[in-house]
Each structure stands twice: as C-alpha cells, then as structure tokens.
Design a binder for this molecule. Structure first.
Ligand code: F6P
Length: 359
C-alpha cells in the first residue's frame, strides 16, 4: 500500500511519535509512506517527503512535528492571491488529483477537532480514503477518552503551579496561572488538581467574582495569606461572556482566538480583595517540547493502530481510547467538542477536598 500522512492544526507533544509508529509499522508490512508538509496545504501544493526508517530515526522524544503543521488553512476555503486579490477557493479537487497522482491508498490525518471535521468532509466529498488520529493538548475530541499531548501539557501546568506556589507564599499574593484548552477545561482541571490550586476556573462552570473573593478571604481567615488560581483561557461568566484575544482574528472555522483573561482577572481580583495579584500565561509552552513517557507510549500505540486500520482497509475511521483500550470509531461520529461534564468525578473529588470552582 501507499499511505499518505499529515499533521494538521496546532501542534502538541507526541506528533512525531505517531509519525514514527505509522512509518515503522507500515514499512514492516511492506507499505510505502509519504508525509505531506504543513497539513492539508502540503497535499494541495504536492509537497511531501518519503518517510522511512532513516527519516523517523531519533524523533520519538522530539516535540513539534517533522512534517510541519498549520491551523490557518481550510482546503475547502483555501486562501490564494489571484490578480493581486485575496480569494478563498475550494481546493479539494486539487488534493484529490495529487492523492491519485501519487497512487495513494489512504491518507492518515493526525489532527484536532478541526482537522477531523475536515477529514470527514474530505471522506464525504472526494474519493480520498481517510483514517483519523486525534491529537490535541485540549483533550476535547469527541469519541476518545483522551488525546495524546494532553498528559504532557498537564505536567507542564503542574510544574508551573509548583513554581508559582513558592513565590505566591513568599509575597503573600494571589497568583493566577492561565492555561489553554479553548472551551474545554481539561488542562485546568487536571493541572489544578495535580498542582494544588485553591481555585480552578473552567469554561464549563461559569465563574462569579464574589465567590472567588470569598474563597480568598476564607483562606486569609485560616492564616493563608496567598492563593493559587488556575484559569482556563475560555472561562465564561453566567451570561456567557468571554475575554478573547484582540487583533488576532478568528480561526478557520470563524471562532475567536482566546488568551489573556488572567491579566484581566488579576486586575479585578486585586481591586476586589486588595491583595496583590499577578498573572502568568503559560501559552505555547504547553504545546512545545518533548512528550512525557505516557504520551510517547500512547502516541506510539495510536500510530501503530492507524497503520493496522490502513492495512485492513478500514477507512473512514478514527483511532480512539475507550475503556483503556485502543480501538476505532467511524469518523462521522466525531462531531462537536468533548467538554468537562460538570459532574466529572475529578470535579467532585476537588470539591470534596475543598477546592473552589469560582461558582
Ligand atoms: O487547540 C490547541 C490550542 O493550543 C488551544 O488550546 C489554543 O486556544 C489554540 O490552540 C492556540 O492557537 P494558536 O497557536 O493559533 O495561538
């Protein structure tokens, strides 16, 4: 078989481990593997490399993706300059032609919810055979109980909270750590539980400033002159208001880009409580660097199962984690985003041990 592979959307730790596993297990079955550069853009522009033992050597522990990626291109509305003007064209036909010219049997798309949506659309509207591998630090893809990259991002958030803890204590301050996740609070929830945050703010549980203030005051009354807050970038008030990143525009699905709510929150908390407050935005540190051991193993398993699906001709499916087993589901079932249920067992545990969700 001839198998194409691409990575789409924002990167995350573990992408190279998947590429390596697909390549090695594919070659083991006698297949040829082609890696497209920079997501769907590479397939549109016919930019690819042949993946072999040599090209995937030493990449298991490397962050990022050796193939490159982008979260700015939609092949169905692909930005091009025609006669000096910006136009958006449907390039799915070109992708189809390039796929067939290379005599590919299938395309493995390693991506987040946006890439899976596109993979589904490609499956439905072209004769490209697609297999999905879900990735994202956000952990928000429907159908899988976890995505690779998430565990490494939680480790980074935990380490950051540990560091903020000591300086918060020395200076008697409120320290706020802002983490990514868009509309899903998984990183904040798990990072906050692991790093001993006093308040965890997630988009799924609307926050209330009075309640945050009350928790901080209660801690002071108990002799704790500092507080640690972990906040997910997409938190909302009860009326659904969100702080979005100014001047950076919308993503390819017309959703505003997030980031910066912690700076606003620090100002407001300082005014409200009179306690010095500081914000740290963890940002892309959560996406860069080496995957942890869990994500290396998990990503390797997902990549090997994707290669197995290809060998079995099981196209139109996405590999997933279900009840601790790697299995697969139809791509068309991957719709929407997987949010933290407000009765998630970890939310319950955190409440039981006295953490606040600012509600
Ligand atoms: O979806 C992954 C993610 O890292 C989100 O958590 C975050 O909101 C977004 O991507 C950031 O995107 P960009 O890299 O375009 O700033």
């Amino acid at each position: 078989m001839r198998i194409g592979v691409l990575t789409g959307g924002g990167d995350c730790p573990g992408l190279n481990a998947v590429i390596r596993a697909i390549t090695r297990s594919g070659i083991g079955r006698g297949h040829e593997i082609f890696g497209f550069k920079d997501g769907f853009k590479g397939l549109i522009e016919n930019r690819y490399i042949v993946l072999n033992h040599e090209s995937v050597s030493g990449i298991l522990s490397r962050g990022g993706t050796i193939l490159g990626t982008t979260n700015r291109d939609n092949p169905f509305k692909f930005k091009q300059i025609v006669d000096g003007k910006e136009v958006y064209l449907d390039m799915s036909g070109t992708m189809n032609e390039n796929y067939h010219a290379l005599k590919l049997d299938c395309l493995v798309v390693i991506g987040g919810d946006g890439s899976m949506r596109l993979a589904n659309q490609i499956s439905a509207s072209t004769d490209i055979k697609v297999i999905g591998v879900p990735k994202t630090i956000d952990n928000d893809i429907v159908g899988t109980e976890m995505t690779f990259g998430f565990n490494s991002a939680v480790d980074i958030a935990t380490d950051a909270l540990d560091r903020l803890h000591t300086t918060a204590e020395s200076h008697h301050r409120v320290m706020i750590l802002e983490v990514m996740g868009r509309d899903a609070g998984w990183i904040a929830l798990h990072g906050g539980a692991a790093g001993g945050a006093d308040i965890i703010l997630i988009p799924e549980i609307p926050y209330n400033l009075e309640s945050i203030n009350k928790t901080i005051q209660e801690r002071i009354a108990r002799g704790k002159s500092f507080s640690l807050i972990i906040v997910s970038e997409g938190i909302k008030t009860l009326s659904g208001e969100q702080i979005v990143r100014e001047g950076i525009g919308m993503d390819i699905f017309n959703v505003p880009r997030l980031g910066g709510v912690s700076s606003w929150l620090a100002r407001v908390i300082e005014e409200y409580t009179g306690i010095e407050s500081r914000a740290t935005i963890l940002g892309h540190l959560q996406r860069g660097g080496s995957p942890n051991s869990f994500d290396r193993v998990f990503a390797t398993q997902l990549g090997a199962r994707a290669a197995e699906l290809a060998a079995k001709g099981r196209f139109g499916e996405m590999v997933v984690l279900r009840e601790n087993k790697i299995t697969s589901i139809p791509l068309e079932q991957v719709k929407g985003v997987r949010l933290v249920p407000i009765d998630d067992p970890l939310v319950k545990t955190c409440r039981e041990i006295g953490l606040s969700f600012g509600d």
